[in-house]
Design a protein around this ligand. Structure first.
Ligand code: ZN
Length: 577
């Protein structure tokens, strides 16, 4: 995604929002009326649902990997009644095809803030219990290999699915799940490593449209049906309900996308703007289909059936939901969206959505890729040194960030804290330096191979390392140890002195001892003599102090470190004069 505000602001704002919601609309199943879309169960399940009495902090991991490995969700089928938009309530049935682990006596689904009324397994009522974070299903007879679980539930979502007005005052509903807030509006195995196909049946008031992942199956009166046959992670599984103006931008990835909407072989690229914002949408997204074509050629086949760019209420500048990217409502309405956010979210369709971080601690394999290849697109299409400029700006952010004291691969439990300069620009810098180290042919070959191998799956830093090593024949263990698994970057202090006929240039690494000594990195120096002559030289960093000896040509006027912006480093003193 792209970040709209500073990380701390996002987190604080979210917490305030949740706290306020908890007070004003505590979950109350009795207040929810039955609808035709939701048959009332004839037998009361045991035990009865206890009121949801606690509000977990969104964005913090609660379950261990062992616990959540107890099941694999294969498919989500969500029937959601949103006809009472003004009341901000939903009625829903979630039907999940699930494969529990062979020895499981229960399965736990993540489910927060809404109340389940009844649960069926393979058509029969089954015992369940609900805590503040978990819906536990515990059948007396255990499980078969795969089961179909139906959960009837409803209430006012406190997070994950947001009700609110569009700029014209019309109600809207948009999901915003990252990183683990899907559980606030549907029972799920809400972790990036468990991907599933999904279908949606959403009932809305007259005049409203529904956008979701995958392809539009059909519209029948007030009911919209969408379906994705590509497995996606729960955090990108979304619906959006609004009075929208849909416009087609163009076809993309022709012959290189899954069977697409309307039986075509291309992925349709479209905009879904709120009423009144359609013209700006079409104008802003002029190159949206070109981006899909560009990245299809660079990475491999586009992973999804279509790509909708949706004006929404996401808290982020953009959120890369699979095949239905959500953008911040205000920036779109006020016509101040940058094009970079469109490229960034488009890259995520391959890296983030299709190749998903296996664990949040490896978020850079999503955000670093999106950041880097945005700059690559802008550079290829617009020139003007867009890549160089992006890397310089990224380096400034990294050098000035406290996050640099932590490694890029970061096991912190606070997931919103990962939206920092490590995951974004430092992740991009890792790719940029790999490209310099192994060359364009090996680098882009590795990116294609990595996508092909992990498409519709998950990957982590080690998978990136292996792909780059296989393409280049180089051992990159040390590179990743320094740049991904350790904090910091080289802080370089340069001095020069005459020694006979030689000029001795000393490069010291003066970063703190808590940061590694960087070895195997190539530093370019541009030396300008007082005669005006300019020379380029290279030094491989091998220790805390390296030196370069060159024949003297008078006095050194300036030494410029890294003139081509190839190394993540900070020059800690002005070059000598
Ligand atoms: Zn992103």
């Amino acid at each position: 995604m792209t970040i709209l505000h500073r990380t701390s602001t996002i987190h604080q704002a979210l917490l305030v929002l949740v706290a306020a919601s908890s007070v004003s609309c505590a979950s109350n199943p009795e207040a929810v009326t039955q609808t035709a879309a939701r048959p009332a169960p004839s037998i009361d399940p045991l035990p009865r649902v206890s009121p949801v009495d606690a509000t977990p902090v969104p964005g913090v991991e609660h379950r261990s990997s062992v616990e959540r490995a107890r099941l694999d969700v294969l498919h989500y089928d969500l029937s959601i009644d949103l006809r009472r938009l003004d009341d901000t309530v939903m009625q829903a049935v979630a039907r999940l095809n699930v494969r529990p682990s062979p020895d499981a006596t229960y399965v736990d689904l993540d489910f927060v803030g809404l109340s389940a009324d009844s649960v069926l397994m393979d058509g029969a009522h089954v015992s369940f219990s609900q805590g503040p974070e978990i819906l536990r299903i515990e059948p007396d007879a255990g499980f078969s290999e795969t089961v179909r679980i139906e959960i009837f539930y409803g209430g006012r979502p406190l997070n994950g699915l947001f009700f609110g007005p569009d700029p014209a005052g019309n109600p809207t509903v948009f999901a915003d799940n990252w990183p683990n807030r899907a559980r606030w509006w549907f029972p799920s195995n809400d972790y990036p490593e468990d991907k599933a196909t999904a279908e949606f049946m959403v009932r809305v008031p007259p005049g409203y449209s529904v956008v979701a992942n995958g392809r539009l199956v059909g519209v029948d009166g007030d009911t919209w049906r969408w379906r994705t046959d590509v497995e996606i992670p729960a955090y990108t599984l979304v619906i959006g309900v609004a009075k929208s103006e849909r416009a087609t931008i163009g076809d993309a990835a022709c012959g290189m996308a899954p069977a697409a909407v309307d039986g075509g072989e291309c992925a349709e690229v479209s905009t879904w703007a709120l009423t009144g914002s359609g013209a700006y949408g079409e104008q802003r997204f002029t190159r949206a289909a070109d981006m899909v074509d560009f990245y299809t050629e660079m990475f491999g086949p586009y992973p999804y059936e279509k790509l909708a760019h949706v004006q929404s209420s996401t808290q982020f500048g953009g959120m890369e939901n699979s095949s239905a990217i959500f953008y911040a409502m205000g920036a779109w309405a006020e016509e101040r969206m940058g094009e970079g956010v469109i490229a960034h979210e488009t890259v995520h369709q391959w890296f983030g959505d299709s190749v998903t971080p296996a664990r949040w601690s490896h978020l850079w394999v999503s955000e670093g890729f999106a950041t880097y290849f945005t700059a690559v697109y802008m550079d290829a299409r617009d020139g003007d040194g867009a890549l160089r400029q992006a890397m310089e700006q990224g380096r400034e952010r990294i050098v000035g960030s406290d996050a640099s004291n932590r490694p890029v691969v970061d096991e912190r439990p606070d997931l919103f804290g990962l939206l920092n300069s490590n995951s974004y620009p430092k992740g991009a810098w890792i790719l940029h330096m790999l490209r310099t180290l192994i060359g364009d042919e090996a680098f882009f070959g590795a990116v294609r191979a990595y996508y092909a191998q992990h498409r519709n799956g998950v990957a982590d830093t080690e998978d990136v390392r292996r792909a780059m090593e296989q393409a280049s024949g180089q051992d990159l263990t040390g590179f990743f140890e320094q740049w991904a698994y350790s904090p910091g970057f080289p802080k370089l202090k340069v001095n020069s002195a005459h020694e006979g006929d030689e000029m001795v240039i000393t490069i010291e690494q003066v970063q703190s001892e808590d940061w590694p000594t960087f070895r195997g990195a190539r530093l370019e120096l541009e030396i300008t003599w007082d005669s005006g002559d300019v020379e380029r030289h290279e030094v491989w960093l091998t220790s805390r102090s390296d030196e370069l000896r060159i024949p003297t040509r008078g006095q050194v006027a300036t030494i410029t470190l890294d003139p081509n912006v190839k190394l993540l480093m900070e020059a800690v003193e002005d070059p000598p004069r």
